[in-house]
Design a protein around this ligand. Structure first.
Ligand code: MLT
Length: 258
């Protein structure tokens, strides 16, 4: 489906009926990363998964896109669909966006799920690296990002070639403009650590035990900082935990959902 949100055509999946769950994908991904949640949860929930601006099938804008802008787009979609309070699930960069959303629109949330993500800003050298990568993408295209990130998305012990090919296929849909915008947006994102103590909605933190992109200790830190939050560590899963261990992820979500 498509909707005009903040002046852009935003593509999204909207399946099933029941309490709304809104899924925000990570970088450089798109809503296909939530395929197993759309399949596994639509019998009892309304599952909504947009492509962030510039990624997947959504229209983009040139230049930096701040995490708060992505959060505004999510809010625009929530309003457009007249969803009422939602459970918001954000993976990695999607988690940075979910935290920006939770800060701006706490009353719109019935619950928050932070997946393989963290609250801290980039260290200066990491931010500089992202800007350099953005410049490379401008010159060489997205292959530079795919080569660097695809091998780190799944657990190192996962030798399933079909799954690895699927992940590469999802990432391959990313357009250079969207990849650049997101890289620049992540590089300048604020440190959200100070916001965590103010979060009052039920929160679940989930991560793959074998995540090497955002290691599990980051999820432990989030859980310690968010009052009343719960932590679920999923074995045999790397960064893309909701895809790699779809059933275990869905079961954890179902068991927790408020
Ligand atoms: C993601 O999966 O969204 C990225 O790894 C996040 C990041 O690069 O910080």
């Amino acid at each position: 489906m498509q909707a005009l949100i903040n002046g852009l055509q935003i593509a999204f999946t909207d399946e099933g009926q029941g309490p709304p769950l809104v899924f925000i994908h990570g970088f450089p991904l798109n809503r296909q990363a939530w395929t197993k949640q759309v399949e596994g949860l639509q019998a009892t929930y309304r599952v909504i998964a947009p492509d962030l601006r510039g990624l997947g099938e959504s229209q983009g804008t040139a230049g930096t896109v701040a995490m708060s802008q992505f959060a505004e787009d999510i809010h625009g979609l929530v309003e457009h669909l007249n969803l009422g309070p939602i459970v918001l699930i954000g993976h990695s960069m999607g988690g940075y966006i979910a935290l920006a959303f939770a800060k701006a629109y706490p009353a719109a949330l019935r619950g928050l799920v932070l997946v393989a993500t963290k609250a801290g800003a980039d260290f200066p050298e990491v931010a500089e690296g992202r800007r350099a990568t953005a410049e490379k993408v401008r010159i060489e295209g997205i292959s530079v990002v795919l080569k660097a990130m695809a091998p780190k998305m799944l657990s190192a012990k996962n030798l399933d070639p079909t799954m690895a090919a699927a992940v590469l296929e999802f990432m391959g849909h990313s357009k250079p403009e969207g990849v650049i915008s997101a890289l620049l947006g992540m590089a300048e994102r604020p440190d959200a650590t100070a916001w965590l103590a103010d979060l009052r909605m039920p929160t679940l933190v989930v991560t793959g035990l074998n995540d090497i992109l955002i290691p599990p200790h980051e999820s432990e830190d989030l859980t310690n900082a968010i009052q009343g939050s719960q932590l679920k560590l999923i074995p045999k899963a790397g960064h893309l935990v909701a895809y790699e261990q779809g059933e275990a992820f869905n079961a954890a979500l179902r068991a927790w959902l408020p």
